[in-house]
Each structure stands twice: as C-alpha cells, then as structure tokens.
Design a protein around this ligand. Sequence first.
Ligand SMILES: NC(=O)c1ccc[n+]([C@@H]2O[C@H](COP(=O)([O-])OP(=O)(O)OC[C@H]3O[C@@H](n4cnc5c(N)ncnc54)[C@H](O)[C@@H]3O)[C@@H](O)[C@H]2O)c1
Ligand SMILES: O=C(O)[C@H](O)COP(=O)(O)O
Length: 631
Amino acid sequence: MRNGKKNFIIDFDSTFTQVEALDVLAEISLEGHPERKDRIKKIKDITDVGMNGELNLRESLDQRLALLDAHKKDLESLVERLKKQVSKSFKRNKEFFNEHADRIFIISNGFKDFIVPIVSEYHVKPENVFANSFEFDESGKIVGYDRDNALSLNNGKVEQLRKLNLQGDVYVIGDGYTDYEIKVAGLANKFYAFTENVERENILEKADHVTPSLDEFLYINKMNTAISYPKNRINVLLLENVHPRAIEQMKHEGYNVEVYPAGLDEDELCEKIKNVSVLGIRSKTQVTARVLESANRLIAVGAFCIGTNQIDLEACLKKGVAVFNAPFSNTRSVVELAIAEIIALMRKLFDRSTFMHQGKWDKSAKGSFEIRGKSLGIIGYGNIGAQLSVLAESLGLIVYYYDVEEKLALGNARKCHSLQELLSVSDIVTLHVDGRPENKNMFGEEQFNIMRDKAIFLNLSRGHVVDIAALKANIESGKIAGAAIDVFPQEPKSNNEEFISELRTLPNTILSPHIGGSTIEAQENIANFVPNKIMDYINTGSTSNSVNFPNLQLPTLENAHRLIHIHENMPGILARINKVLADHDINIVGQYLKTNEVIGYVITDIDKEYDKEVIKALRNIEHTIKFRVLY
Ligand SMILES: NC(=O)c1ccc[n+]([C@@H]2O[C@H](COP(=O)([O-])OP(=O)(O)OC[C@H]3O[C@@H](n4cnc5c(N)ncnc54)[C@H](O)[C@@H]3O)[C@@H](O)[C@H]2O)c1
Ligand SMILES: O=C(O)[C@H](O)COP(=O)(O)O
C-alpha cells in the first residue's frame, strides 16, 4: 500500500452529512401517508440495526425501500435538505477536499442519485463516488436498485476497495460497521470512527482513533488548514450548576465539556484545572493566583453571573486569561426580589407566616406599614440600583441614592453626596455595591448608628461588605426593624452543606440562600450570553465585554490568518512584532492594538501564505504572555 500518497475513504450517511439520507427521504416521500409516523420509525430502526452490523445489508435496503414508497421527484427535495445538513466540520474544511480531490473517495451503501450532487459541491469527483443506484418504473417511482452492485451487499465496501487497488496509505473515516470492515480486511492503514453526528459503541472500541470531527482527523494527521486547533481538544469545566443551555451550546460548538454541580475549593480546583481551557463558574468558586499557577491551558474564564470579585482579575491578565461575565442578565431578578422583601419586611410577613405554621393567630397592625411615601436609600446606583430606583418609584417610594461614581438620577431619584446623608434620610436602606476588596465591611456599627430608628436594611450585593456582628446587634437592639440578607461572608459550597450564621433565628430577618439571580429567566439569559462571548473570543479574538482584557471588537476573518499576541504592556512590542513580520516578508492585511495597565493585545491579520518560522519568532518575542493563530 505504500508509496507515500494518502487516500481518504469517506462514508456518506451520518459522516459526510449529519443524517441518514433514507431517513430524510422517508420524511419527504411519506408526507400525508396514513402510516407516516409508524413507517418513519420502522425505517430508522432498520437503519440503526444495519449500521451496527446486526442486519444483512440487502435485507435492510429491501425493507426500507418497500416502506419508503418514494418517487424520483422526492429526490430533488432530498438533495436540497441534505445540502443544508452537511457535517459542520466538513463545511469548515472545504479546502481539504479541494486540495486532495484526486485521492478522496466516497464509498457508501447509500445511493449515488443523492450523494453525487452533495459531494460535488465539495470538489469530490463524481467518478470517485462509489454507491448504489436507484431503479425507477415508468412513472418515476423507486422500485429497486442495481442488484449487481457490490455495495448493496454485506462486505461490499471491502470488495469495492479491492477493485480500486489504491496505491499509498488508506485512511477510512466513517461511523458504521461497514467502514470498520475495510480495516479488518487489511485494506486500510487506519479506521477513524467519526462521532460528530452519531456514536456507535461497538464501533468506538474497534477504531484506531475516535475523531469527533474532521478537524481532529486533520489535526492528528498534520493536515489542518482551515482551523487552528480542533475544538474537541478544548476542555471546558463548568461548575456550580450552570444552566443546561450553556452546556448544550458549548457541546454544540464541539468542545469537550465536563460539568460539576457544586463549587470546588482551592485545592480541588488546582488539581482539576490543569487540562482546562475554559472554566465556567458562578459566585462561589474562587479563582485565585494559586489556582491560575496550575492552569497551564486556560484561555478564558466565564463568570455565569454578574459579580467577578471571586476571580483574581489581575492574575488572570498576567497569565493572558480573558474573563467574561453576564453584566445584566440577572439584574431584573435581583430587583424583583428586593421589592418583594421590602414589602414583606414592612409587614413582618415572614414572622407572621411562621407563627401561623405554629398555630399562632396574631392579627394586629402594630409595626406594619405601607411602602407608599417611605424613603428608600439605594447604595450603589449601578445596573441593579438604577433599575430598583425606577420600579420603587412607580410603587410610591421616595428614592435616594449614593454612589462613589457620578451617576445619572433616573426619574425623581435624589442624589446624596455622602453615605451619611443617605443613611440619615432613608426608612429603608438597600446595598447594591460591587464586591471590590475595598468594600469589605464598608457597612458596620458606624453606619447602623447613623440610620433612622426602626429602619429596614437589605443586602443583596456581596456578603463581605457588611459587618455581620454589627448587623446582629442592631437587629437585637431593635434599631433595625427588619433585614433581608441574600449574601453572606461564608456560604455553603453546595446544597448539601449546612448554612451557619449568627443571623439565624433573629426576628423579622429574611435569610435567603444567595438567590437574587436564581430565576429560570436569569439563568437562561446568562447561559445564552456568556458562552457566546467565550466562543467569539476563541474563534475571532474579539474581547468585547471582557471584564479584564482591553475590549476589541474585530471584523470577521476573511481569506487571512489572524495572529493573536498577548504581551506584558512594555514599550516597543508592536514594533518588534512588525519587524518579525517584515523580516519574513509577510503582508499585513489588518492590525488592531489595545492596551491596559497590565497587558497589550495585538491582533494582526496576514496573507494566507507565510513561512511557519514566523510563528516561532513571534512566540519568542520577549514579554510575550500568550500567542495563538486563527486560520
Ligand atoms: N444576590 C444576588 O444573587 C446578586 C445577583 C446579581 C448581582 N449581585 C451583586 O450585586 C451587586 C451590584 O450589581 P450591579 O450589576 O448593579 O453592579 P454595577 O457594577 O452595575 O453597580 C455597582 C455600583 O456600585 C457602586 N459602588 C461601588 N462601591 C461603592 C461604595 N462603596 N459606595 C457607593 N457606591 C459604590 C459602583 O460605582 C457601581 O455604580 C454586585 O456586587 C453583584 O455581584 C448579587
Ligand atoms: O454575581 C451575581 O450575579 C450574583 O451574586 C449571583 O451569583 P450566582 O450565580 O452564584 O447565584
């Protein structure tokens, strides 16, 4: 077989296309048929049994054709549908088909009638397609197939390949038993089980290599021209029960996704993160500098929440790791909870409900108030604070706010020039500051002292911003008439751990398990938002909305290679990059640079033809943190 040349034998159904063509033909030809559902199911079952090598091929073809009741005109619709269902990694790698057109053979137990129109669009030569042919009656009805064709028989692929007598190495890519048989017959060097569309257990065990996409096949054979790195090699670790939609999206992108329902502590994460390229967390997992030391493959961290104080953003920058979050996806959920809690606290609703469950009827208006006309003081007038301001005003509250930054007052909200001013005018005080380290214990005895007597206090921001002992003392003394706390300095890692806090059992105190953002809507929004940011970063280098990287929104890459260079922000690096490119005679198609205090982020699009040595030279530029190429 050896003469240095490589031949590629590729299966059609569920490999070249995502589907089994006869299954799709059934959906078309049986349109309006009284037994449609039943027949389609039968056809699919027969296909599966056949693909696993458990049913004689001719039997399987005969049975399916009889059930199909198909016509020549159905084939036109079939081709149109199949064109849209070519496997994604095949679509990405059209160049491979072009480059190796002479040596690519489609060998299939399907039918040339629909295979040729599909594969010809990928430069596959019609004479390199080996498959069955339909037979029609005068009216155009499909009545059979060419029974002399070996491909309608078991072991037909083997026989066909023998006839071809190919010179050189033979690589078989397919998802079924009949593809594996070629290797067994000694006619192929390697059999690659293709699992992008279906996984058949009995085939996986037998394969020389499992290839979840054509990218992987090309990568291991050093033939990739269309993408830089197979996506199945990108390991994603998603912690803290992120919404299934996020898992689905990242799997759909082709990543290798591992999911863990709870948070991990530092030691566990140091171990787990070693092979991880993308880490997804929520508010609990601490991504510390120590964790990052073990994270040698990490490209990006996704915070599937708003807060990013749990991540050492500077250490991420120094390591060239981009961080993304969902800055507004759960804003509304927090605001709604705050409103509900303000009303519940003003009416002592939770205590009253608890009494009722204990059989105590305590009907009284004592200590219960409407919220209308009361003053609400919002500390931190960011996304949540500002939205709360609007909703609260519409309920008749008089809104005051205080923020360390200059903020536009919405509606009739009144700006306070100091925290003291806000505390002295508010009947209800609610905290919506971010979790920056300087905010640790920003609210303690001194601030409670300034508050009005019998005021209400809420914290739905971060646990460490409030001095819990001071809060407890002020609730016990009656200075604070009610409190709602959703976030705590120490929170359990999972739902299986006990919640320990001094605040337990205090009167008119609502304690909730950090659920401000825990609504179906918010979690779905987050799961749609964050994966897209990460995938965009990996696929194009775009950093728009990144929490720590300089934000660059990039044009899509067309007919060029993109060099992504992350370096320590030192003078002269751009000049050095361009010198390397000039020394190698490389034409720059576009270049984008943005820096922040820590890093420089340079994107250079270059002409497709380049000397591979240039990559080494760019990697070796002093102060380079990370470098990658997008094809
Ligand atoms: N309980 C939950 O489940 C939940 C859900 C979402 C967000 N959060 C938390 O809520 C907080 C606010 O979220 P956001 O989206 O509005 O953030 P944001 O960044 O839009 O707003 C925070 C605001 O606080 C201001 N600020 C910071 N420190 C301050 C201080 N000491 N005094 C006054 N103002 C200060 C900032 O200038 C900013 O305007 C964050 O801590 C976030 O993590 C909690
Ligand atoms: O920062 C946030 O968005 C909130 O604290 C919610 O965090 P969670 O996703 O861990 O509930």
